[in-house]
Design a protein around this ligand. Structure first.
Ligand code: ARG
Length: 492
Protein backbone atom coordinates (compact mmCIF):
# COMPACT_ATOMS: atom_id res chain seq x y z
CA UNK A 1 0.00 0.00 0.00
CA UNK A 2 2.79 2.35 0.89
CA UNK A 3 4.37 2.42 -2.50
CA UNK A 4 3.82 0.77 -5.80
CA UNK A 5 7.53 0.52 -6.30
CA UNK A 6 7.97 -3.21 -6.05
CA UNK A 7 11.11 -3.37 -7.99
CA UNK A 8 14.16 -4.75 -6.28
CA UNK A 9 17.45 -3.28 -7.22
CA UNK A 10 20.86 -4.47 -6.16
CA UNK A 11 22.97 -2.26 -3.96
CA UNK A 12 26.42 -3.75 -4.31
CA UNK A 13 28.22 -1.46 -6.68
CA UNK A 14 26.46 1.80 -5.82
CA UNK A 15 28.85 4.66 -5.32
CA UNK A 16 28.70 6.30 -1.96
CA UNK A 17 26.05 8.89 -2.08
CA UNK A 18 23.71 10.17 0.56
CA UNK A 19 20.36 8.60 -0.09
CA UNK A 20 20.70 5.88 -2.58
CA UNK A 21 20.77 2.33 -1.47
CA UNK A 22 19.23 0.51 -4.32
CA UNK A 23 20.67 1.56 -7.61
CA UNK A 24 23.87 0.13 -8.99
CA UNK A 25 26.56 2.23 -10.49
CA UNK A 26 28.45 1.37 -13.60
CA UNK A 27 31.75 3.00 -14.36
CA UNK A 28 31.12 6.38 -15.88
CA UNK A 29 32.24 6.73 -19.45
CA UNK A 30 31.20 8.89 -22.36
CA UNK A 31 30.21 5.94 -24.48
CA UNK A 32 27.52 4.62 -22.16
CA UNK A 33 25.84 7.99 -21.80
CA UNK A 34 23.06 8.62 -24.27
CA UNK A 35 24.01 12.28 -24.67
CA UNK A 36 27.80 11.88 -24.49
CA UNK A 37 28.68 13.12 -27.99
CA UNK A 38 29.66 16.70 -27.29
CA UNK A 39 31.54 15.94 -24.08
CA UNK A 40 35.23 15.37 -23.62
CA UNK A 41 35.12 14.41 -19.99
CA UNK A 42 32.90 11.98 -18.20
CA UNK A 43 30.54 13.24 -15.53
CA UNK A 44 31.94 13.64 -12.06
CA UNK A 45 30.63 10.75 -9.98
CA UNK A 46 29.20 12.89 -7.21
CA UNK A 47 27.63 15.32 -9.66
CA UNK A 48 26.02 12.40 -11.41
CA UNK A 49 24.59 11.10 -8.16
CA UNK A 50 23.33 14.57 -7.38
CA UNK A 51 21.44 15.00 -10.60
CA UNK A 52 20.18 11.46 -11.14
CA UNK A 53 16.51 10.79 -10.49
CA UNK A 54 16.40 7.04 -11.05
CA UNK A 55 16.09 6.37 -7.31
CA UNK A 56 12.61 7.80 -7.38
CA UNK A 57 11.41 8.02 -10.98
CA UNK A 58 11.84 4.30 -11.57
CA UNK A 59 8.38 3.89 -10.13
CA UNK A 60 7.07 5.34 -13.42
CA UNK A 61 8.51 2.50 -15.49
CA UNK A 62 5.11 1.20 -16.61
CA UNK A 63 4.12 4.63 -17.84
CA UNK A 64 7.49 5.18 -19.50
CA UNK A 65 7.14 1.93 -21.42
CA UNK A 66 3.50 2.58 -22.24
CA UNK A 67 4.38 6.05 -23.57
CA UNK A 68 7.36 4.79 -25.57
CA UNK A 69 5.28 2.01 -27.09
CA UNK A 70 2.65 4.50 -28.28
CA UNK A 71 5.39 6.79 -29.59
CA UNK A 72 7.06 3.97 -31.54
CA UNK A 73 3.75 2.93 -33.11
CA UNK A 74 3.09 6.52 -34.14
CA UNK A 75 6.59 6.86 -35.65
CA UNK A 76 5.92 3.76 -37.74
CA UNK A 77 2.42 4.84 -38.73
CA UNK A 78 3.91 8.12 -39.96
CA UNK A 79 6.65 6.33 -41.87
CA UNK A 80 9.33 7.95 -39.69
CA UNK A 81 10.64 4.51 -38.69
CA UNK A 82 9.96 1.15 -40.31
CA UNK A 83 7.24 -1.22 -39.10
CA UNK A 84 9.92 -3.77 -38.50
CA UNK A 85 11.86 -1.44 -36.17
CA UNK A 86 8.66 -0.45 -34.38
CA UNK A 87 7.77 -4.08 -33.80
CA UNK A 88 11.22 -4.78 -32.42
CA UNK A 89 10.95 -1.73 -30.17
CA UNK A 90 7.50 -2.69 -28.85
CA UNK A 91 8.52 -6.29 -28.18
CA UNK A 92 11.76 -5.16 -26.56
CA UNK A 93 9.92 -2.69 -24.34
CA UNK A 94 7.47 -5.38 -23.33
CA UNK A 95 10.36 -7.63 -22.30
CA UNK A 96 11.89 -4.84 -20.23
CA UNK A 97 8.57 -4.29 -18.55
CA UNK A 98 8.38 -7.95 -17.62
CA UNK A 99 11.92 -7.85 -16.29
CA UNK A 100 11.18 -4.83 -14.13
CA UNK A 101 7.86 -6.35 -12.98
CA UNK A 102 9.76 -9.43 -11.91
CA UNK A 103 12.37 -7.36 -10.08
CA UNK A 104 15.08 -8.58 -12.42
CA UNK A 105 16.13 -5.29 -13.94
CA UNK A 106 19.28 -3.61 -12.82
CA UNK A 107 18.86 0.14 -12.75
CA UNK A 108 21.92 2.24 -13.24
CA UNK A 109 22.45 5.61 -11.64
CA UNK A 110 24.81 6.56 -14.43
CA UNK A 111 21.86 6.50 -16.79
CA UNK A 112 20.26 9.16 -14.62
CA UNK A 113 16.60 8.43 -14.93
CA UNK A 114 13.97 5.89 -15.88
CA UNK A 115 13.83 7.15 -19.45
CA UNK A 116 17.48 6.52 -20.22
CA UNK A 117 17.60 3.29 -18.21
CA UNK A 118 14.82 1.85 -20.32
CA UNK A 119 16.18 3.20 -23.60
CA UNK A 120 19.68 1.89 -22.95
CA UNK A 121 18.36 -1.55 -21.99
CA UNK A 122 16.28 -1.55 -25.15
CA UNK A 123 19.25 -0.74 -27.36
CA UNK A 124 21.35 -3.34 -25.56
CA UNK A 125 18.68 -5.92 -26.24
CA UNK A 126 17.45 -5.13 -29.78
CA UNK A 127 20.41 -3.27 -31.24
CA UNK A 128 20.21 -0.36 -33.69
CA UNK A 129 16.40 -0.21 -33.85
CA UNK A 130 16.44 0.86 -30.18
CA UNK A 131 18.34 3.96 -31.19
CA UNK A 132 15.36 5.08 -33.29
CA UNK A 133 12.90 5.21 -30.39
CA UNK A 134 13.88 8.68 -29.24
CA UNK A 135 13.24 10.18 -32.70
CA UNK A 136 11.17 13.38 -32.49
CA UNK A 137 11.11 13.25 -28.73
CA UNK A 138 12.95 14.81 -25.82
CA UNK A 139 13.11 13.68 -22.23
CA UNK A 140 11.34 16.92 -21.45
CA UNK A 141 8.12 15.89 -23.15
CA UNK A 142 8.74 12.25 -22.24
CA UNK A 143 8.90 12.91 -18.50
CA UNK A 144 5.84 15.10 -18.78
CA UNK A 145 3.99 12.29 -20.53
CA UNK A 146 5.04 9.69 -17.96
CA UNK A 147 3.99 11.89 -15.07
CA UNK A 148 0.63 12.67 -16.65
CA UNK A 149 -0.03 8.96 -17.14
CA UNK A 150 1.13 8.16 -13.63
CA UNK A 151 -0.96 10.82 -11.94
CA UNK A 152 -4.02 9.93 -13.98
CA UNK A 153 -3.77 6.33 -12.77
CA UNK A 154 -3.02 7.27 -9.17
CA UNK A 155 -5.90 9.74 -8.99
CA UNK A 156 -8.35 6.96 -9.78
CA UNK A 157 -6.75 4.80 -7.11
CA UNK A 158 -7.10 7.59 -4.54
CA UNK A 159 -10.72 8.14 -5.55
CA UNK A 160 -11.42 4.44 -5.05
CA UNK A 161 -9.97 4.68 -1.54
CA UNK A 162 -11.99 7.82 -0.81
CA UNK A 163 -15.14 5.93 -1.80
CA UNK A 164 -14.16 3.06 0.49
CA UNK A 165 -13.76 5.38 3.45
CA UNK A 166 -17.06 7.02 2.56
CA UNK A 167 -18.68 3.58 2.56
CA UNK A 168 -17.25 2.89 6.03
CA UNK A 169 -18.72 6.18 7.23
CA UNK A 170 -22.17 5.52 5.80
CA UNK A 171 -22.16 2.01 7.28
CA UNK A 172 -21.24 3.38 10.70
CA UNK A 173 -23.89 6.10 10.38
CA UNK A 174 -26.53 3.55 9.49
CA UNK A 175 -25.53 1.11 12.21
CA UNK A 176 -25.67 3.81 14.86
CA UNK A 177 -28.54 5.79 13.44
CA UNK A 178 -30.25 6.39 16.81
CA UNK A 179 -27.16 7.42 18.78
CA UNK A 180 -27.38 10.96 20.14
CA UNK A 181 -24.33 12.98 21.10
CA UNK A 182 -23.60 16.59 21.86
CA UNK A 183 -22.69 18.69 18.85
CA UNK A 184 -19.98 21.22 19.68
CA UNK A 185 -19.01 24.76 18.92
CA UNK A 186 -15.86 26.18 20.51
CA UNK A 187 -15.44 22.60 21.76
CA UNK A 188 -18.29 23.37 24.18
CA UNK A 189 -21.42 21.25 24.10
CA UNK A 190 -23.83 23.17 21.90
CA UNK A 191 -26.89 21.21 20.71
CA UNK A 192 -27.81 17.53 20.62
CA UNK A 193 -27.14 15.87 17.28
CA UNK A 194 -27.14 12.39 15.84
CA UNK A 195 -23.72 10.76 15.73
CA UNK A 196 -24.69 9.72 12.20
CA UNK A 197 -25.06 13.38 11.29
CA UNK A 198 -21.54 14.05 12.55
CA UNK A 199 -20.10 11.13 10.59
CA UNK A 200 -21.92 12.23 7.44
CA UNK A 201 -20.35 15.68 7.68
CA UNK A 202 -17.08 13.90 6.87
CA UNK A 203 -18.80 12.06 4.04
CA UNK A 204 -19.61 15.44 2.50
CA UNK A 205 -16.07 16.71 2.96
CA UNK A 206 -14.71 13.57 1.30
CA UNK A 207 -17.21 14.06 -1.49
CA UNK A 208 -15.70 17.43 -2.29
CA UNK A 209 -12.26 15.77 -2.18
CA UNK A 210 -13.45 13.18 -4.66
CA UNK A 211 -14.66 15.91 -6.97
CA UNK A 212 -11.47 17.89 -6.58
CA UNK A 213 -9.57 14.81 -7.74
CA UNK A 214 -11.83 14.70 -10.80
CA UNK A 215 -10.46 18.15 -11.58
CA UNK A 216 -6.91 16.91 -11.10
CA UNK A 217 -7.68 14.01 -13.42
CA UNK A 218 -9.00 16.36 -16.08
CA UNK A 219 -5.85 18.47 -16.00
CA UNK A 220 -3.64 15.37 -16.06
CA UNK A 221 -5.63 14.05 -18.99
CA UNK A 222 -3.88 16.30 -21.51
CA UNK A 223 -1.16 14.84 -23.73
CA UNK A 224 2.21 16.63 -23.76
CA UNK A 225 4.23 14.36 -26.07
CA UNK A 226 5.27 15.94 -29.33
CA UNK A 227 6.40 19.15 -27.66
CA UNK A 228 9.95 17.92 -28.11
CA UNK A 229 12.48 19.69 -25.95
CA UNK A 230 10.41 22.88 -26.08
CA UNK A 231 9.46 23.97 -29.59
CA UNK A 232 7.95 20.96 -31.34
CA UNK A 233 9.75 18.90 -33.97
CA UNK A 234 10.75 19.09 -37.60
CA UNK A 235 9.53 15.53 -38.17
CA UNK A 236 5.98 14.75 -39.34
CA UNK A 237 4.63 13.33 -36.07
CA UNK A 238 0.97 12.68 -35.30
CA UNK A 239 0.17 13.76 -31.76
CA UNK A 240 -3.46 12.75 -32.12
CA UNK A 241 -2.38 9.18 -32.79
CA UNK A 242 -0.45 9.10 -29.49
CA UNK A 243 -3.30 10.76 -27.61
CA UNK A 244 -5.74 8.17 -28.95
CA UNK A 245 -3.37 5.30 -28.21
CA UNK A 246 -2.97 6.44 -24.60
CA UNK A 247 -6.57 7.45 -24.19
CA UNK A 248 -5.97 11.13 -23.56
CA UNK A 249 -8.86 13.50 -23.71
CA UNK A 250 -6.88 16.47 -25.03
CA UNK A 251 -3.49 17.57 -26.34
CA UNK A 252 -1.39 20.50 -25.10
CA UNK A 253 -1.78 23.23 -27.67
CA UNK A 254 1.50 24.99 -26.86
CA UNK A 255 4.76 23.07 -26.78
CA UNK A 256 6.44 25.41 -24.27
CA UNK A 257 3.51 24.99 -21.92
CA UNK A 258 3.45 21.23 -22.45
CA UNK A 259 6.96 20.74 -21.07
CA UNK A 260 6.81 23.36 -18.31
CA UNK A 261 3.33 22.82 -16.93
CA UNK A 262 3.24 21.44 -13.42
CA UNK A 263 -0.20 22.83 -12.57
CA UNK A 264 -1.71 19.38 -12.51
CA UNK A 265 0.83 18.33 -9.88
CA UNK A 266 0.21 21.46 -7.85
CA UNK A 267 -3.50 20.75 -8.06
CA UNK A 268 -2.85 17.19 -7.06
CA UNK A 269 -0.88 18.34 -4.01
CA UNK A 270 -3.53 20.93 -3.17
CA UNK A 271 -6.30 18.33 -3.40
CA UNK A 272 -4.17 15.92 -1.36
CA UNK A 273 -3.49 18.60 1.26
CA UNK A 274 -7.16 19.47 1.65
CA UNK A 275 -8.06 15.81 1.90
CA UNK A 276 -5.41 15.30 4.57
CA UNK A 277 -6.67 18.36 6.44
CA UNK A 278 -10.10 16.71 6.52
CA UNK A 279 -8.65 13.46 7.81
CA UNK A 280 -6.59 15.40 10.31
CA UNK A 281 -9.64 17.17 11.72
CA UNK A 282 -11.40 13.86 12.03
CA UNK A 283 -8.29 12.35 13.63
CA UNK A 284 -8.25 15.09 16.20
CA UNK A 285 -11.86 14.32 17.11
CA UNK A 286 -11.26 10.60 17.33
CA UNK A 287 -8.25 11.20 19.57
CA UNK A 288 -10.38 13.38 21.82
CA UNK A 289 -13.25 10.90 21.78
CA UNK A 290 -10.88 8.09 22.83
CA UNK A 291 -9.64 10.03 25.82
CA UNK A 292 -11.00 9.15 29.24
CA UNK A 293 -12.38 12.69 29.43
CA UNK A 294 -14.75 12.04 26.52
CA UNK A 295 -14.93 8.23 26.39
CA UNK A 296 -17.20 8.43 23.35
CA UNK A 297 -15.48 5.73 21.33
CA UNK A 298 -13.03 2.93 21.73
CA UNK A 299 -10.69 1.91 18.95
CA UNK A 300 -10.13 -1.71 18.14
CA UNK A 301 -7.15 -3.23 19.97
CA UNK A 302 -5.73 -4.21 16.60
CA UNK A 303 -5.55 -0.54 15.65
CA UNK A 304 -3.78 0.79 18.73
CA UNK A 305 -0.46 0.38 20.47
CA UNK A 306 0.61 0.34 24.10
CA UNK A 307 3.31 2.15 26.00
CA UNK A 308 6.68 0.61 26.78
CA UNK A 309 6.53 2.09 30.26
CA UNK A 310 2.90 2.67 31.25
CA UNK A 311 1.08 -0.65 31.32
CA UNK A 312 -2.40 0.88 31.21
CA UNK A 313 -1.94 2.81 27.96
CA UNK A 314 -3.82 2.19 24.73
CA UNK A 315 -2.80 4.89 22.34
CA UNK A 316 -4.63 6.09 19.21
CA UNK A 317 -1.45 6.14 17.13
CA UNK A 318 -3.20 5.81 13.79
CA UNK A 319 -5.24 9.02 13.95
CA UNK A 320 -2.26 10.73 15.56
CA UNK A 321 -0.06 9.73 12.64
CA UNK A 322 -2.64 10.77 10.07
CA UNK A 323 -2.79 14.15 11.81
CA UNK A 324 1.00 14.26 11.85
CA UNK A 325 1.46 13.25 8.23
CA UNK A 326 -0.87 16.04 7.12
CA UNK A 327 1.97 18.46 7.76
CA UNK A 328 4.19 16.57 5.37
CA UNK A 329 1.69 16.68 2.54
CA UNK A 330 1.07 20.40 3.02
CA UNK A 331 4.85 20.78 3.02
CA UNK A 332 5.10 19.10 -0.38
CA UNK A 333 2.54 21.52 -1.81
CA UNK A 334 4.45 24.49 -0.44
CA UNK A 335 7.73 23.06 -1.74
CA UNK A 336 6.51 22.61 -5.30
CA UNK A 337 4.81 26.01 -5.40
CA UNK A 338 8.12 27.48 -4.30
CA UNK A 339 10.07 25.47 -6.87
CA UNK A 340 7.90 26.57 -9.76
CA UNK A 341 7.29 30.14 -8.75
CA UNK A 342 10.21 31.85 -10.48
CA UNK A 343 10.98 29.36 -13.22
CA UNK A 344 11.48 30.76 -16.69
CA UNK A 345 10.11 28.78 -19.63
CA UNK A 346 10.56 26.10 -20.69
CA UNK A 347 12.11 23.02 -19.00
CA UNK A 348 14.56 23.57 -16.16
CA UNK A 349 16.09 20.79 -14.12
CA UNK A 350 14.42 22.28 -11.05
CA UNK A 351 11.30 20.57 -12.35
CA UNK A 352 12.77 17.19 -11.55
CA UNK A 353 12.10 18.18 -7.93
CA UNK A 354 8.38 17.73 -8.57
CA UNK A 355 8.40 13.98 -8.15
CA UNK A 356 9.56 13.03 -4.69
CA UNK A 357 7.02 15.25 -2.96
CA UNK A 358 4.21 14.12 -5.22
CA UNK A 359 5.10 10.45 -4.77
CA UNK A 360 5.37 10.81 -1.02
CA UNK A 361 2.08 12.72 -0.90
CA UNK A 362 0.24 10.08 -2.86
CA UNK A 363 1.68 7.24 -0.78
CA UNK A 364 0.70 9.11 2.36
CA UNK A 365 -2.81 9.88 1.15
CA UNK A 366 -3.47 6.31 0.02
CA UNK A 367 -2.13 4.80 3.21
CA UNK A 368 -4.03 7.26 5.40
CA UNK A 369 -7.32 6.65 3.58
CA UNK A 370 -6.94 2.89 3.86
CA UNK A 371 -6.11 2.85 7.57
CA UNK A 372 -8.84 5.36 8.29
CA UNK A 373 -11.49 3.13 6.77
CA UNK A 374 -10.29 0.34 9.06
CA UNK A 375 -10.39 2.61 12.10
CA UNK A 376 -13.99 3.57 11.35
CA UNK A 377 -15.04 -0.03 10.72
CA UNK A 378 -13.49 -1.18 14.01
CA UNK A 379 -14.51 1.78 16.19
CA UNK A 380 -16.78 0.90 19.09
CA UNK A 381 -19.35 3.60 19.88
CA UNK A 382 -20.02 4.19 23.56
CA UNK A 383 -23.55 5.39 23.14
CA UNK A 384 -24.31 5.68 26.86
CA UNK A 385 -21.43 8.07 27.42
CA UNK A 386 -22.53 10.18 24.49
CA UNK A 387 -26.03 10.24 25.87
CA UNK A 388 -24.82 11.20 29.33
CA UNK A 389 -22.84 14.08 27.83
CA UNK A 390 -26.08 15.34 26.33
CA UNK A 391 -28.21 14.87 29.42
CA UNK A 392 -25.76 16.19 31.94
CA UNK A 393 -25.47 19.56 30.35
CA UNK A 394 -27.45 22.31 28.73
CA UNK A 395 -27.26 21.52 25.05
CA UNK A 396 -31.08 21.61 25.02
CA UNK A 397 -31.17 25.29 26.04
CA UNK A 398 -31.83 26.43 22.45
CA UNK A 399 -34.80 24.09 22.37
CA UNK A 400 -36.09 25.71 25.52
CA UNK A 401 -35.90 29.10 23.83
CA UNK A 402 -37.47 27.71 20.62
CA UNK A 403 -40.34 26.32 22.76
CA UNK A 404 -41.16 29.86 23.89
CA UNK A 405 -40.73 31.23 20.35
CA UNK A 406 -43.34 28.75 19.20
CA UNK A 407 -45.61 30.30 21.86
CA UNK A 408 -45.01 33.60 20.14
CA UNK A 409 -42.39 35.10 22.47
CA UNK A 410 -39.77 37.09 20.48
CA UNK A 411 -36.57 35.07 20.21
CA UNK A 412 -34.43 37.62 22.10
CA UNK A 413 -36.78 37.43 25.11
CA UNK A 414 -36.97 33.67 24.85
CA UNK A 415 -33.15 33.54 24.82
CA UNK A 416 -33.09 35.67 27.97
CA UNK A 417 -35.59 33.42 29.79
CA UNK A 418 -33.71 30.26 28.79
CA UNK A 419 -30.40 31.84 29.88
CA UNK A 420 -31.84 32.68 33.27
CA UNK A 421 -33.16 29.14 33.66
CA UNK A 422 -29.71 27.73 32.85
CA UNK A 423 -28.18 30.05 35.41
CA UNK A 424 -30.82 28.97 37.95
CA UNK A 425 -29.92 25.30 37.31
CA UNK A 426 -26.16 25.87 37.53
CA UNK A 427 -26.60 27.55 40.91
CA UNK A 428 -28.50 24.54 42.17
CA UNK A 429 -26.35 21.90 40.53
CA UNK A 430 -29.22 20.49 38.44
CA UNK A 431 -30.17 20.31 34.75
CA UNK A 432 -33.19 21.69 32.90
CA UNK A 433 -34.86 18.28 32.87
CA UNK A 434 -34.76 18.26 36.71
CA UNK A 435 -36.86 21.41 37.07
CA UNK A 436 -40.57 21.18 37.88
CA UNK A 437 -43.23 22.93 35.87
CA UNK A 438 -43.61 25.34 38.81
CA UNK A 439 -39.91 26.20 38.52
CA UNK A 440 -40.33 26.83 34.79
CA UNK A 441 -43.39 28.96 35.33
CA UNK A 442 -41.44 31.24 37.68
CA UNK A 443 -39.55 32.35 34.57
CA UNK A 444 -42.40 32.50 32.09
CA UNK A 445 -46.14 31.81 32.22
CA UNK A 446 -45.87 30.36 28.72
CA UNK A 447 -44.44 27.06 29.99
CA UNK A 448 -46.86 24.12 30.00
CA UNK A 449 -46.79 20.47 30.98
CA UNK A 450 -45.28 19.56 27.60
CA UNK A 451 -42.02 21.38 28.40
CA UNK A 452 -40.24 18.28 29.73
CA UNK A 453 -40.98 16.43 26.56
CA UNK A 454 -39.84 19.37 24.45
CA UNK A 455 -36.32 19.34 25.92
CA UNK A 456 -35.68 15.59 25.73
CA UNK A 457 -32.67 14.80 23.53
CA UNK A 458 -34.84 12.79 21.08
CA UNK A 459 -37.28 15.67 20.73
CA UNK A 460 -34.48 18.19 20.26
CA UNK A 461 -32.90 16.11 17.53
CA UNK A 462 -36.14 15.20 15.76
CA UNK A 463 -37.23 18.83 15.76
CA UNK A 464 -34.23 19.92 13.68
CA UNK A 465 -35.89 18.74 10.54
CA UNK A 466 -34.83 21.63 8.34
CA UNK A 467 -33.14 20.58 5.12
CA UNK A 468 -29.67 19.20 5.98
CA UNK A 469 -30.50 19.22 9.71
CA UNK A 470 -29.81 16.51 12.27
CA UNK A 471 -33.30 14.96 12.51
CA UNK A 472 -33.53 11.21 11.87
CA UNK A 473 -35.58 11.99 8.77
CA UNK A 474 -32.95 14.34 7.32
CA UNK A 475 -30.14 11.98 8.26
CA UNK A 476 -31.93 9.04 6.62
CA UNK A 477 -32.20 11.15 3.47
CA UNK A 478 -28.48 11.94 3.67
CA UNK A 479 -27.68 8.25 4.04
CA UNK A 480 -29.70 7.24 1.03
CA UNK A 481 -28.24 10.09 -1.07
CA UNK A 482 -24.77 9.02 0.08
CA UNK A 483 -25.39 5.45 -1.08
CA UNK A 484 -26.45 6.70 -4.50
CA UNK A 485 -23.34 8.86 -4.72
CA UNK A 486 -21.10 5.92 -3.85
CA UNK A 487 -22.78 3.78 -6.52
CA UNK A 488 -22.11 6.47 -9.12
CA UNK A 489 -18.50 6.83 -8.02
CA UNK A 490 -17.88 3.13 -8.47
CA UNK A 491 -18.59 3.59 -12.19
CA UNK A 492 -15.80 6.11 -12.68
N1 ARG B 1 14.74 13.21 -15.03
C1 ARG B 1 14.29 14.40 -15.65
C2 ARG B 1 13.10 14.96 -14.86
O1 ARG B 1 12.57 14.30 -14.06
C3 ARG B 1 13.89 14.13 -17.06
C4 ARG B 1 14.04 15.28 -17.99
C5 ARG B 1 15.46 15.66 -18.18
N2 ARG B 1 15.65 16.53 -19.24
C6 ARG B 1 16.83 17.13 -19.42
N3 ARG B 1 16.96 17.84 -20.43
N4 ARG B 1 17.78 17.05 -18.51
O2 ARG B 1 12.74 16.12 -15.03
Amino acid sequence: MNTDDKNHVTANARRQSPNSDNVTARPLGQASRLWGGRFEKSTDAMINDFQASIDFDKRMYREDIEGSTAHAKMLAAQGIISDDDANKICAGLQKIREQIDAGEFEFSVELEDIHMNVEKALTDSIGAAGGRLHTARSRNDQVALDTHLYIRRQVREIQRLIAELQTALVNAAEKNSDVIMPGYTHLQRAQPILLAHHLLAYFSMLQRDFERFNGVYQRADIMPLGAGALAGTTLPIDREFVARELNFNAIYSNSLDAVSDRDYLLEFLAAASILMVHLSRFSEEIILWCSREFSFVELDDAHCTGSSMMPQKKNPDVPELVRGKTGRVIGHLTALLTTVKALPLAYNKDLQEDKEGVFDALDTVKFSLAVFAQIIDGMKIRRNNMRRAVEEDFSNATDLADYLVKKNLPFRQAHEVAGKLVHYCIERGVYLKDLSLTDFKKFSPLFDADIHDAIKPETCVAARNSLGGTSPQQVAAQISAARTIIDTQRKI
